[in-house]
Design a protein around this ligand. Structure first.
Ligand code: C2E
Ligand code: CA
Ligand code: CA
Ligand code: CA
Length: 277
């Protein structure tokens, strides 16, 4: 192996574009970021539309980079996936979410937290066992944690996915299909999935009241999900009219900028104590 340092790399590949160099640097820095606590969880409320109460939040990771500032997850989650760092990242997220659960409990706030699980995690049997054991070790009730999984995480190996989801669900975790409607899963697959809820993707919700096709899609999804015994979360609610439309149609939960953007712990706590819910 020839040793190539960063300077040689840049001279050697002089016409490489700026984005690839940045990506290359981010790959190397991500490991450090996880170890040095440069990651932070933001929290976005999920409003229970039946009880009109905030009972759940979704944890969304951010990378507070010492030089680049806040890096959104869409930039580094794909890198973590390609470089085998998803296991470390998701374990960090779940560990932090458990600590947050106890900080809320100490303030008398009973909150159930949803975390995003990637396709890589779902393929990993060790990971699924780790989740169950770690919750028990940290005295976090399984009912306080929801795992959000995209349809596509299931499509690549449905049999394995169903096995792992069954294990998680039999142990009492709540499972949610994320970005529903944007992936390639079939209704036949959906029927077999041991999950508790569907999250309708924000692309169907954001312009709901101005797009008849979206109304038909969301209405049918609500019916389909309810007939299959699943609860429905609508994400991407950006105005009160959409919130009312969904509430009237018995959508169980709502999430979106109209209620709150994802916020760091302390601003989230302030928002919660001032909100009407
Ligand atoms: P997602 O799981 O579908 O999360 C919802 C995204 O939509 C979030 O973006 C959220 O800020 C945004 N959002 C929520 N409400 C609204 C709204 O009303 N309007 C609009 N325009 N957007 C809204 P964010 O936080 O940038 O996350 C992007 C994606 O990154 C997430 O999509 C998820 O796939 C991934 N991600 C975030 N955190 C994690 C994590 O801890 N682990 C994994 N594996 N993926 C994560
Ligand atoms: Ca999600
Ligand atoms: Ca989503
Ligand atoms: Ca998404």
């Amino acid at each position: 192996h020839a040793k190539i340092n960063k300077r040689d790399y840049q001279i050697y590949d002089a016409n490489i574009d700026k984005n690839s160099i940045e990506r290359f640097q981010l790959i190397n820095e991500l490991k450090e970021a996880i170890e040095q606590n440069q990651l932070v969880l933001y929290y976005q409320p999920k409003l229970n539309l039946v009880q009109q109460k905030i009972t759940h939040v979704e944890a969304l990771v951010r990378w507070i980079h010492p030089k680049r500032g806040i890096i959104p997850p869409d930039t580094f989650i794909p890198i973590a996936e390609k470089t085998m760092q998803m296991d470390a990242l998701t374990r960090w997220v779940i560990t932090e979410a458990m600590a947050q659960y106890h900080r809320w409990q100490a303030k008398g706030v009973n909150m159930s937290i949803a975390v995003n699980i990637s396709a890589e995690n779902l393929k990993d049997e060790l990971f699924c066992h780790w989740v169950i054991e770690t919750l028990a070790q940290h005295s976090v009730p399984v009912s306080a944690m929801t795992l959000e999984i995209t349809e596509d995480a299931v499509v690549s190996d449905p049999e394995l996915a169903i096995k792992q989801l069954t294990l998680l669900r039999n142990n009492g975790l709540t499972l949610s299909i994320d970005d529903y409607g944007t992936g390639y899963s079939s209704l036949a697959q959906l029927k077999q999935l041991p999950v508790d809820e569907l999250k309708i993707d924000k692309s169907f919700v954001q312009k709901l009241l101005h797009t008849e096709a979206d109304q038909i899609i969301v209405q049918s999804t609500l019916q389909l999900a309810h007939n299959l015994g699943l609860k429905v979360v609508a994400e991407g609610i950006e105005d009160n009219e959409t919130l009312q439309w969904l509430t009237e149609r018995h959508c169980e939960m709502g999430q979106g900028f109209y209620l709150s953007r994802p916020l760091p712990e302390l601003p989230f706590n302030d928002w919660l104590s001032q909100s009407e819910f």
